[in-house]
Design a protein around this ligand. Structure first.
Ligand SMILES: Cc1ncc(COP(=O)(O)O)c(C=O)c1O
Length: 331
């Protein structure tokens, strides 16, 4: 067999490197290895010997820029700090500039609605397992065009299935690590079941979370319930939705809102069901394990919650970080 020799010179002449249409949404990337920014997807690469790649040794965050302002940036950065601390990851030297870097990168990307993915990695240092091999941790930030889910997901609701993949133990569930194999398998299972989403259960049969979403129900007796964070990631969105739901109590639309254990049976009997997450907001579930939830269409509580969340995402200056789009714009 003859193998083509790849060199720095011919690498980008290889047509196989250019045929990757999914990259058209990649707007900008910063890497602490190059100390710079690129908008060329061909250059958005991570070295194979970064322990992030071959051991999943790193943590990440995903935040959303809405109409030019970043929603809940501080909450996401606090969770990133917690995740890094939990795995004793030394913060990369550029970490102190993260807010400024994110702002600059979003402007470089040029899209006011985008997703920002920050990865902190153990860094390059060989192919072993020991994290002490890597002398320096690194930071990668990608800005990706935001693509909303199809309107019908929100208008008609989505089906959900229970996953058979064992969920993470508490310690791992609460670290947003780059080790997402269980989550990947949950997604695979959902798609193979003809759904887009699945939800895991703990060993006692109580609802945990989706592959990248938190889950909640409006119980048959009109209490809004979300699983606590013993076995799930403390989602920025679900925490905010929880606070916003106070308004629904005042409006007498629900009797209360609580973190609680939710059995499968209780979920099947729910009036309404939802998923929450940074990029999808609140998504109504209308079929769960083939059973109709409530009236089988997105309900009033969903409509009110998603309306309140959207208002928060677009108007609440306390949780929106302005970006310096024009010279003279204040940050
Ligand atoms: C496992 C998991 N659960 C829940 C969530 C939802 O969290 P957030 O609302 O902060 O996006 C995510 C987000 O990516 C996740 O990966």
């Amino acid at each position: 067999m003859e193998l083509r020799s790849i060199t720095k010179k011919n690498f980008f002449l290889n047509p196989a490197n250019l045929k990757r249409p999914w990259r058209e949404d990649y707007l900008a990337m910063f890497s602490s290895q190059w100390q710079g920014v690129t908008t060329d997807p061909d250059l958005m690469m991570i070295p194979i010997d970064d322990h992030l790649v071959h051991r999943g040794d790193g943590v990440f965050e995903v935040m959303r820029c809405v109409s030019g302002q970043i929603y809940q940036m501080e909450g996401h950065l606090q969770r990133l700090d917690r995740s890094a601390k939990a795995i004793s990851l030394n913060l990369p030297s550029d970490y102190g500039r993260i807010r400024e870097l994110i702002g600059k990168l979003v402007v470089t990307g040029g899209e006011r609605d985008c997703i920002i993915k920050v990865i902190l990695s153990r860094g390059p240092g060989g192919f072993g397992i020991s994290p002490f091999e890597s002398p320096l941790s690194h930071m990668y930030i990608n800005v990706i065009r935001f693509r909303n889910l199809p309107d019908e997901y929100y208008e008609d609701g989505i089906p959900l299935v229970t996953s058979s993949i064992p969920i993470k133990k508490s310690f791992f569930a609460n670290i947003k690590s780059c080790n997402y194999l269980p989550n990947v398998l949950m997604k695979m299972e959902a798609i193979e079941a003809g759904c887009k989403y699945s939800v895991g259960l703990d060993e006692d049969g109580f609802l945990a979370e989706g592959s990248t979403e938190n889950v909640g129900i409006l119980s048959a007796d009109h209490v809004l319930k979300f699983p606590g964070f013993e076995r799930t990631l403390s989602g920025i969105t679900v925490n905010r939705v929880f606070q916003l739901a106070d308004q629904l109590v005042k409006e007498d639309l629900i009797r209360g809102v609580e973190f609680a254990r939710i059995s499968l049976e209780e979920a099947y009997q729910a009036e309404e069901m939802f998923l929450t997450g940074t990029s999808l907001g609140v998504l109504p579930v209308v079929i769960y394990d083939g059973k109709r939830i409530g009236q089988g269409k997105p309900g009033r509580v969903y409509a009110r919650l998603s309306g309140l969340l959207w208002k928060d995402m677009t108007e609440n200056r306390d949780v929106l970080t302005r970006i310096d789009w024009e010279p003279g714009d204040s940050v």
